[in-house]
Ligand binder design. Structure first.
Ligand code: ZN
Length: 212
């Protein structure tokens, strides 16, 4: 057995005791999370010390931090980093923005595409920032409906757009792998703000652009 398979006990602050000398090969990333995941592996009936699982707690801790990194991002900062004064009156639409999120009920992935449109009000935002905005809300524990509304509200509020439309289409692994086991169902959610909510023609123009 290589390395130190079992993590040493934590002190009251959640760190390793001072007398613990880390083995060079053993990187420690987040002791508290790693110990919890190691415990979970045991509770699932696994042997956390077997070679294939020795570094799993560390990897899972890193993966979970990445998949929830949206909590540490500010939608306002993302948008305001690339706002340009521009007298554009036409609808701006970014289609097929890939996203991956975690359902808050099962901590299982749901993933798909977001389509975002807005009607500028003297200001436009860099297109890559719209994709970043989707990630900012997708990389959290979510339900698809809230993810969709949060993207729409952030653009409406921080960009001051006349209107915003967001449609998301997603496959939920919690439905595909467990429960009803419906592999091919897709869930569609939409959020309309401002002119897209009030004006059926604006909404229809956006939907028309999505179906091309
Ligand atoms: Zn779920």
């Amino acid at each position: 057995m290589s390395g130190n398979a079992r993590l040493p006990p934590l002190n009251t602050e959640g760190h390793y005791a001072d007398d613990f000398e880390p083995v060079a090969a053993q990187e420690v990333y987040d002791p508290i999370k790693e110990q919890l995941i190691q415990r979970l592996l045991g509770l699932l009936g696994e042997d956390p010390a077997r070679p294939g699982l020795q570094r799993t707690p560390l990897r899972v801790a890193k993966a979970l931090d990445f998949l929830t990194s949206g909590y540490r991002l500010s939608a306002q900062a993302i948008i305001e980093a690339a706002v340009f004064e521009e007298d554009v009156k036409e609808m701006v639409v970014v289609r097929d923005i890939e996203f991956y999120s975690l359902c808050e009920h099962h901590l299982l992935p749901f993933f798909g595409h977001a389509h975002v449109g807005y009607l500028p009000n003297g200001r436009v935002v860099g297109l890559s920032k719209i994709a970043r905005l989707v990630d900012c809300f997708a990389r959290r524990l979510q339900v698809q409906e809230r993810l969709t509304s949060q993207i729409a509200d952030a653009l409406h509020h921080h960009l001051g757009a006349h209107g915003v439309a967001v449609v998301t289409e997603a496959s939920h692994t919690c439905m595909m792998m467990r429960g009803v086991q419906k592999q091919s169902s897709r869930t569609i959610a939409s959020a309309m703000r401002g002119t897209f909510e009030q004006d059926a023609r604006t909404r229809a123009e956006f939907m028309g652009l999505l179906s091309r």
